[in-house]
Design a protein around this ligand. Structure first.
Ligand SMILES: Cc1ncc(COP(=O)(O)O)c(C=O)c1O
Length: 406
């Protein structure tokens, strides 16, 4: 099937992940405090709102750094490049640890080898709502005397063995960025296991963040734009057309959203944006139930295609489903499928283009990390949106194209 036929009878565009659409009433100025309700949602006593998950990570690591002479932070070699950037911005040294074969989660043996008396923190990461093995990772980190900073940027609302994702580490981080389910356009949240750590997070935030009216005004406009245009018929304009242009020009890093500013902005979030999030949060459980039912059905369909692996939950876990994370048998098959599917407006794409050591801007900071499994994951994986706007017959087309590519 050619690119044109994949698009022929559709005028709508599917977003790459299932983001919670905003209602106009969410934009009214009144509202309940996001902190209290989001804390309740993730079962925490208190939650701290920041302007992004990456700024939250900078704050968390800075808070942990004080009073310790440990310098290293172990992160998975397949994760958002902003995570490595946050470690560097906190004045620490990121260590990229290889993943287990066919997965984004740490390889336990590689993690043991990465941890030592200089390890300040380990950052287990849940991607696409799928959960990292917190039990094993925490045991290894604790044996080395390191903190656990749980990166639940992509897993707000997920449950790891009945406990909320983000609540299993010493500190948990969530993203309220675009495409992460609940969004205030750019935002992040932090929870901590103890009152002492919570105080340190607050103190670090006070030192590191400032009021930046210009940046916040821009976010407010972007959030209004999101409320107006995050719809199947208007998404081609603001997302699909620019994406297709980037793909045509071969600018894959930008197409996947992997290019970021050299410095992570650290500013405070206005009360109004928080009230928008608080109102939208009321629909989050309903939205998660809707997307879970759809994802489980579609996962079963994908699993009937020989050669494909769909990442799923370990027994006892209940992840969220912003998208389906799929591993193709070979890079060639993955690239062949994406040639048709990525520009087709069907919500198929890539999560991150490279394993961390392969990003130009990070290679120097990460040293000579040997991460073959993470590289293989980057080479063979693709994502399929779990937006409820992706119709069943279009999902069937995606399956057909994947079958052909294999
Ligand atoms: C796993 C992970 N951690 C952290 C971040 C940073 O989140 P934010 O965009 O809110 O800074 C992202 C963003 O995509 C992510 O996927």
């Amino acid at each position: 099937m050619s690119r044109t036929t994949a698009k022929a009878d559709r005028i709508y565009e599917v977003p790459p992940t299932a983001g919670l659409p905003l209602a106009w009433s969410d934009l009214l100025p009144s509202g309940r405090p996001l902190e209290r309700h989001l804390a309740g949602f993730v079962g925490a006593e208190e939650i701290q709102i920041e302007c992004s998950a990456s700024s939250a990570l900078v704050i968390a690591l800075t808070a942990l750094k004080h009073g310790s002479d440990r310098q290293q932070v172990v992160i998975p070699a397949y994760t958002c490049p902003l995570v490595a950037q946050a470690v560097l911005q906190a004045g620490l040294q990121p260590v990229a640890c290889d993943t287990r074969a066919g997965h984004f989660d740490f390889c336990a043996d590689a993690l043991r080898a990465c941890c030592n008396e200089n390890t300040l923190a380990v950052v287990p990461t849940h991607l696409a709502g799928r959960l990292a093995d917190m039990t094993t990772i925490t045991a290894i980190a604790k044996q080395a005397g390191a903190y656990v900073v749980e990166d639940a940027a992509q897993a707000l609302g997920a449950l790891y063995r009945s406990q909320p994702a983000g609540s299993l580490g010493d500190i948990g981080v969530y993203s309220l960025g675009v495409g992460k389910g609940l969004t205030i356009y750019g935002g992040g949240a932090l929870i901590a296991r103890t009152p002492e750590l919570r105080e340190r997070l607050l103190a670090a935030s006070k030192t590191l963040t400032t009021c930046q009216p210009g940046r916040e005004a821009r976010r407010i406009l972007e959030l209004l734009g999101y409320a107006a245009l995050y719809r199947p018929l208007t998404l081609p304009l603001v997302y699909g057309v620019p994406l297709r242009r980037l793909l045509q020009q071969g600018r894959l890093l930008e197409a996947a959203g992997d290019l970021h500013p050299a410095s992570i902005p650290m500013h405070r979030v206005s009360r109004w944006r928080k009230t928008v999030g608080a109102k939208a949060l009321k629909r989050m459980s309903w939205f998660m139930a809707l997307t879970t039912v759809q994802a489980l059905r579609r996962k079963a369909r994908l699993q009937r295609i020989a050669g494909i692996t769909v990442l799923e939950d370990a027994p006892g876990d209940m992840g969220t489903w912003p998208c389906l994370l799929v591993l193709m048998p070979t890079q060639q098959a993955r690239d062949k499928a994406l040639q048709t599917l990525w520009p087709a407006g069907l919500g198929v794409g890539r999560m991150f283009i490279h394993a961390l050591p392969d990003y130009d801007g990070l290679a120097a900071g990460l040293g000579n990390a040997n991460t073959p499994n993470a590289r293989d994951f980057a080479a063979r994986s693709l994502t399929i949106s779990n937006s409820h706007w992706l119709k069943d017959h279009d999902f069937e087309r995606i399956c057909g194209i994947l079958e052909q590519a294999i």
